[in-house]
Design a protein around this ligand. Structure first.
Ligand SMILES: Nc1nc2c(ncn2[C@@H]2O[C@H](COP(=O)(O)OP(=O)(O)OP(=O)(O)O)[C@@H](O)[C@H]2O)c(=O)[nH]1
Length: 141
């Protein structure tokens, strides 16, 4: 059983995001598509953005989505693991379609986030997940 607190976790997808989505976040999930090499390059831009402008000590988790399509994979898991290790991020291959490794992803994140003082932070045992709205999700790079 995880110890989960009131946390803000932002989900960074294949599209652009405004800093308002990661400001104040304890963790960021950066998603790429294992069947599209370009999405892996884009992921690296998000990591750079987070490192330069994101909260200090933000937990970064990389989700290689569409693992149900591994027969048409373009990004080897080895590449993702090596990159994740180089930046100190969690990496998990997921399938949003088949609900594979989604729980594992968030469990991994919860293990990385340092505990808050429940008296100071109004701990109510929840994680708040934010994703950019359509308006903010225009491709920028
Ligand atoms: N096979 C498969 N398809 C998926 C998965 N996740 C999303 N999709 C499909 O991929 C397409 C894009 O999904 P969206 O949720 O719109 O994702 P997006 O961030 O807009 O991604 P892109 O349009 O691919 O850049 C949709 O047709 C989804 O049904 C997955 O895990 N497996």
């Amino acid at each position: 059983m995880m110890a989960i607190r009131e946390l803000k976790v932002c989900l960074l997808g294949f599209h652009s995001l405004a800093p308002m989505y990661y400001r104040g976040s304890a963790a960021a999930v950066i998603v790429y598509d294992i069947t599209k090499q370009d999405s892996f390059y884009t992921l690296k831009k998000w990591v750079k953005e987070l490192k330069e402008h994101g909260p200090e000590n933000i937990v970064m988790a990389i989700a290689g989505n569409k693992c149900d399509l591994s027969d048409i994979r373009e990004v080897p898991l080895k590449d993702a693991k090596e990159y994740a290790e180089s930046i100190g991020a969690i990496v998990v291959e997921t399938s949003a379609k088949n609900a594979i490794n989604i729980e594992e992803l968030f469990q991994g994140i919860s293990r990385q986030i340092p505990p808050l003082d429940p008296h100071e932070n109004g701990n109510n045992g929840t994680i708040k997940v934010e994703k950019p709205t359509m308006q903010a999700s225009r491709r920028c790079c």
